[in-house]
Design a protein around this ligand. Structure first.
Ligand SMILES: [Zn+2]
Length: 158
């Protein structure tokens, strides 16, 4: 999409350069004529003023707008490049709602697939079975049964 605006800006700049050349040539021609005729200094000033508004202002405008379009394009290109880079970094960058949904889903999946961490963290007590002497880790304050003989095991016993 860089084509059209860029071409216009180049045309403007090239036209500005050509216009500058034409302006300089006309300035030299008019100056030589004014100095050769030299009947009125005011007339020469008016001619210079006309020259300025007819040639130098458009030249300036051409350069100015040519430059401005390129600057704008450059900024746009940079923004696009940044967007592309961001999209490459994060494949779902272009669709924030989808990204949010995916993230939420992922978080839920992670939470669901992960074994509940609470039992691991809960302090356990190694309890010796009164029936067979086997040891079993029992959560403090809770009771369970022996894996081997089925006798009730209570962590509060110790
Ligand atoms: Zn036992």
């Amino acid at each position: 999409m860089r084509g059209f605006g860029y071409v216009i800006s180049v045309i403007l700049t090239v036209a500005g350069a050509i216009y500058t050349l034409v302006s300089l040539i006309f300035t030299l021609i008019i100056m030589s004529e004014v100095s050769s005729e030299s009947d009125s200094f005011a007339e020469g000033l008016v001619l210079l003023l006309i020259l300025f508004t007819m040639f130098y202002l458009p030249t300036f405008a051409l350069f100015f707008f040519g430059h401005r379009i390129r600057k704008k394009l450059k900024r746009k290109n940079e923004a696009e490049a940044a967007a592309i880079a961001a999209a490459q970094y994060d494949p779902v960058y272009h669709a924030p709602p989808v990204q949010q949904r995916v993230e939420t889903k992922t978080v839920i999946n992670v939470v669901e697939s992960r074994p509940a961490p609470a039992p691991k963290k809960a302090p356990t007590v190694s309890v010796e079975c009164k029936g067979c002497g086997a040891r079993k880790a029992v959560v403090k304050g809770e009771s369970t049964s022996c894996d081997y003989c089925g006798s009730p095991l209570a962590a509060t016993a110790q």
